[in-house]
Design a protein around this ligand. Structure first.
Ligand SMILES: Cc1cc2nc3c(=O)[nH]c(=O)nc-3n(C[C@H](O)[C@H](O)[C@H](O)COP(=O)(O)O)c2cc1C
Length: 324
C-alpha cells in the first residue's frame, strides 16, 4: 500500500470532530500501518482532567480514518496500543486489508460540521427522519415540551460548569474571536464556527472574561449565556449513551458514526456535552428518557435542518498532523 493512500486517509480523518477542536490526533505511517498518537499537550487540564473527551476525540479520529480507508477499498482493524512515543502517547495501530466496500457514511465524512446556528422549522418528513436515527445507543427526543426541558437542563448544566474561572479561561484560550487571530483557520473555536457576528464575538469574549463576575453578581450571566433560543425549531435532541464500562475511545468511534448519520439524514447538529458532563443532569435525563440501565450518557446533540450556509473548517495542516 502506498504512503500516498495513507496520507489521503489521514487527510480525510482530520475532518473528525474533537473537543474544543483541539485536534489531539497525530499519525505516523509505519510500513503498511498507521499509528495513532495523542499530542497530550493539547489536553484540557480543567475541562477534561481524566482525558475522557480526549479519548472520545481520538476514537472519533480512528473511526474517521477507518471510514476514509473504506473509500480506498480497505478494511481497517483498530488495535489499542500504549506507551510513550517521544512527545506523544501511543493510542492505536490501524492495519488494513483489501476488499472493503465504501462505508455508507463516507460521503459525509468531510462534509460533517458542527452547526451552532438557527434551524429551519421542521417538517413532518424531518420529524420522521429524526425519529429514524434512534437506536440501541441513541434516544431521540422530538416532543417540543421535552426538547424545551432539555434546553433548560442544558443551560443550567452549562452555567454550573462555566462558573469555574479555570474552565472559562481554558475555553476562551481555545476561542478565536477575530479573523486576525493567528490560529483562526487552524484549530479551536472560531467566531464563524460559533455562528457569532463580530459584535457578538466581542460580547462573548467579555461575558466569559472580565465581565463574568459583575454580571454573575447581578444575576445576568445565566441569561446572557443561555442557548435556549438555539433549541427553537430543533427537530429533536439525540441522547447518545453507551455501556458504562466501555472504553471512551470506543464510545468516540460510535459517537462519530452517529454524528455522521445525523448529517447524512440532512440535519446539522450541535454537541451538548454539558448535559453529559454534569452528573445530576445526566442522571435525570437518562431516567426521564428511558436510557437503558447500565448505559452512560456520553453526549447529546441538538439537531435540525440548517438555517444557513456552511463555513470553512479550522484544521491543522496535514504536515503537522502526520508526524515522522
Ligand atoms: C468529546 C467532544 C465534546 C464536545 N463538546 C462540545 C460542546 O460542549 N459544545 C459544542 O458546541 N461542541 C462540542 N464539541 C464539538 C467540537 O467543538 C467540534 O467537533 C470541533 O470544534 C470541530 O468542529 P466540527 O465539528 O465542525 O468539525 C465536542 C466534540 C467532542 C469530540
Amino acid at each position: 500500500m502506498s504512503a500516498e493512500v495513507l496520507r489521503r486517509v489521514v487527510g480525510a480523518a482530520s475532518a473528525s470532530p474533537s473537543v474544543h477542536n483541539v485536534q489531539p490526533a497525530r499519525w505516523r505511517i509505519d510500513g503498511d500501518t498507521l499509528v495513532l498518537l495523542e499530542d497530550t499537550s493539547r489536553r484540557l487540564a480543567v475541562g477534561d482532567p481524566q482525558g475522557n473527551d480526549a479519548a472520545i476525540s481520538l476514537g472519533a479520529a480512528a473511526e474517521g480514518a477507518a471510514i476514509a480507508a473504506s473509500g480506498e477499498g480497505l478494511a481497517t482493524r483498530v488495535e489499542r496500543i500504549d506507551g510513550e512515543d517521544g512527545d506523544f502517547r501511543k493510542v492505536a495501530r490501524l492495519t488494513f486489508a483489501p476488499g472493503a466496500a465504501p462505508d455508507p457514511l463516507l460521503p459525509v465524512l468531510e462534509m460533517r460540521a458542527s452547526w451552532r446556528g438557527s434551524f429551519l422549522a421542521p417538517t413532518a418528513q424531518d420529524r420522521t427522519a429524526a425519529a429514524a436515527l434512534a437506536g440501541a445507543d441513541c434516544t431521540i427526543i422530538t416532543d417540543p415540551a421535552a426538547i424545551a426541558a432539555v434546553a433548560a437542563a442544558y443551560d443550567a448544566a452549562s452555567y454550573a460548569i462555566m462558573r469555574a474561572p479555570g474552565f472559562r479561561a481554558e475555553l476562551t484560550h481555545w476561542m478565536r474571536l477575530k479573523r486576525s487571530h493567528p490560529d483562526w483557520a487552524r484549530d479551536g473555536l472560531n467566531a464563524a464556527a460559533m455562528q457569532l457576528s463580530g459584535v457578538e464575538a466581542l460580547a462573548a469574549g467579555a461575558v466569559l472574561g472580565p465581565l463574568f463576575r459583575p454580571l454573575a453578581a447581578v444575576g445576568l450571566a445565566p441569561a446572557l449565556l443561555a442557548e435556549a433560543k438555539g433549541f427553537g425549531k430543533a427537530v429533536g435532541v439525540a441522547l447518545f449513551h453507551r455501556p458504562a464500562v466501555e472504553d471512551p475511545f470506543d464510545s468516540g468511534r460510535a459517537f462519530h458514526r452517529l454524528w455522521l448519520a445525523i448529517d447524512a439524514a440532512g440535519f446539522g447538529a450541535n454537541v451538548l456535552a454539558a448535559v453529559a458532563d454534569h452528573h445530576e443532569t445526566a442522571s435525570a435525563l437518562c431516567r426521564d428518557n428511558g436510557v437503558p440501565v447500565g448505559h452512560r450518557l456520553i453526549s447529546a446533540f441538538r439537531i435540525g435542518r440548517r438555517g444557513g450556509q456552511p463555513f470553512p473548517r479550522a484544521r491543522l495542516p496535514l504536515g503537522e498532523v502526520l508526524v515522522s
